[in-house]
Design a protein around this ligand. Structure first.
Ligand SMILES: Nc1ncnc2c1ncn2[C@@H]1O[C@H](COP(=O)(O)OP(=O)(O)OP(=O)(O)O)[C@@H](O)[C@H]1O
Length: 328
């Protein structure tokens, strides 16, 4: 008799990964749940949310009757994700730590742990994304010889695993997965890729997973929690006071604590001014931030035409229409 396919599912203690694990069990695979601890400090209320999440992930495993493991990547997260995040901020760029976390932690450290230590045939996460491979093809990849280095020829490019957008376009997370290596992508299953969030919640409710259903949706940057972003960053970066200057008439409108705290297109709250102002330029030498006033829609349009992939006021990055993972 053929041994069961072994899929190791990353369980965050949230509803998405819990339902992902449940669906994998229903498909008849041998499933193992793994919780990763990536951040060690307390949240804004002095509570270590990772411990609570870990307990929730453990309970999911009990309900689904699957083995549970916990791993710590606190050091790796600090070195490969957070330090890089701070360095980039200091240079005035606004990186997305979730993209870097997926690349270095979930789809590298966790992937290798699952395959090398737990003997996984494939890994799974609760991301809303799809790939060009069916489950059966994912399992076949175990024996495919990994191409070394970058793609060398058209054949390799043509046969690359494609990262495809999720059916639920509102929840689509392919942008955050865009730097995942081919090696990991080819052995990953995204059980939620074809489902809507609504349906995922319904599945959880019907399968005794109420404890994860009540949890708040994570909004990225897990290490910040509900804290004020600026306060958080200034715990790690030296303040560098400067001026907000209107780009239209060079008038000084107010002061800020560091030009690196702002991203192009972001709405800047300038003390005493009620109308919206948006960041259009930053001077790293003098430390000034240039702003423009105007309705959000006009500014947004100007920025989109000008190119930066950021929408004003929310700091949201614009996901590309289709994402292919070309990295090895
Ligand atoms: N600490 C963690 N331990 C294990 N897996 C994790 C952890 N954090 C995230 N993941 C995995 O990455 C996926 C996407 O993470 P994200 O932070 O975007 O959570 P999410 O979309 O809110 O999902 P969930 O509802 O499962 O928390 C999760 O579904 C899970 O598979």
């Amino acid at each position: 008799m053929q041994a069961l396919r072994h899929v190791v599912c990353a369980l965050s203690g949230g509803v998405d990964s819990a339902v992902a694990a449940l669906l994998l069990r229903r498909r008849g695979y041998q499933v193992t749940g793994v919780f990763m601890k990536n951040w060690d400090s307390l949240d804004e209320h002095g509570v270590c949310t990772a411990d609570k999440d870990c307990e929730d992930a453990y309970r999911v495993c009990q309900i689904l009757d699957i083995p549970f493991h916990q791993v710590s990547y606190v050091k790796e997260y600090w070195n490969d994700v957070f330090s890089d995040f701070l360095n980039e901020y200091e240079k005035g760029r606004t990186p997305n730590p979730d993209i870097v976390c997926n690349k270095h932690i979930k789809f590298s450290c966790f992937f290798h742990y699952a395959v090398d230590n737990l003997g996984a045939d494939a890994i799974a996460t609760g991301h809303y994304a799809r790939t060009s491979l069916e489950d059966e093809e994912v399992f076949e990849q175990k024996h495919v010889k990994k191409p070394e280095g970058l793609f060398r020829n058209r054949f390799e490019v043509r046969n690359a695993v494609k990262l495809l957008q999720a059916a639920d376009s509102f929840k689509d997370q392919t942008f955050f997965l865009s730097q995942v290596s081919q090696d990991a992508l080819r052995r990953t299953i995204f059980p939620l890729g074809g489902l809507t969030k609504e349906f995922v919640k319904k599945i959880a409710a019907e399968n005794r997973l109420h404890h994860v259903l009540q949890k708040k949706e994570s909004m990225g940057m897990c290490f910040i929690g509900k804290r004020n972003f600026e306060h958080f960053l200034l715990q790690y970066l030296q303040p560098r006071p400067g001026h907000f200057i209107s780009i239209e008439d060079n008038k000084v409108l107010g002061t800020h604590k560091g030009w690196f705290l702002y991203t192009l297109g972001q709405r800047a709250n300038i003390g005493g001014l009620r109308e919206p102002w948006y960041v259009v330029e930053k001077d790293s030498v003098k430390g000034d931030v240039f702003v423009v006033s105007g309705p959000a829609s006009e500014t947004a349009l100007g920025l989109v035409l000008a190119g930066p992939a950021v929408l004003p006021d929310q700091g949201l990055r614009r996901p590309p229409a289709a994402v292919a993972s070309w990295r090895l």
